[in-house]
Design a protein. Structure first.
Length: 150
């Protein structure tokens, strides 16, 4: 499984406007909903419900918010960046800059995608490339280039 298999080029946010965890989840949910023709409030609720179980901030400036939506027929993803960083309750206590959202139907494809994204974003070279990208097309190219090197 490659990230290009599930990340739509329209599902990239190079500059998150939000500054709080709740607002970031809502902003990302709105973009996913617009691109995938889903209900934004439902997407936000799925992500917020998962966050209440424990932060998806895995450290090193990365969070992988995720959840399941029975209405989906395929894996849905979004990549977002905050240059300033957001207090996302990450396990290392540091601000989160890179967010990779995964929404899955009720099947095991989500576990494979979560493992792939986690492995990719644990690489400092990948995080650096994503932080240095100028815009949405640059972020998309950077994540695909880094994924090809795994």
């Amino acid at each position: 499984m490659k990230i290009a298999d599930f990340l739509d080029q329209k599902s990239i946010i190079a500059h998150l406007e939000s500054r709080t965890k709740e607002d970031v989840l809502a902003e990302m949910a709105r973009r996913i909903a617009a691109v995938q023709e889903l209900d934004g409030e439902t997407v936000r609720k799925v992500l917020a419900d998962r966050e209440r179980l424990g932060s998806t901030g895995i450290g090193d400036g990365v969070a992988i918010p995720h959840g399941r939506m029975a209405a989906l027929t395929h894996l849905v993803a979004l990549l977002a960046r905050s240059v300033e960083g957001i207090d996302f309750g990450a396990i290392d206590g540091k601000p989160t800059h890179l967010f990779f959202v995964l929404l899955t139907p009720d099947n095991n494809v989500g576990l494979q995608a979560l493992a792939r994204v986690s492995r990719l974003l644990r690489r400092s070279r990948c995080r650096e490339a994503l932080m240095n990208a100028a815009d949405e097309p640059g972020l998309y190219r950077a994540v695909l280039d880094q994924d090809a090197q795994l």
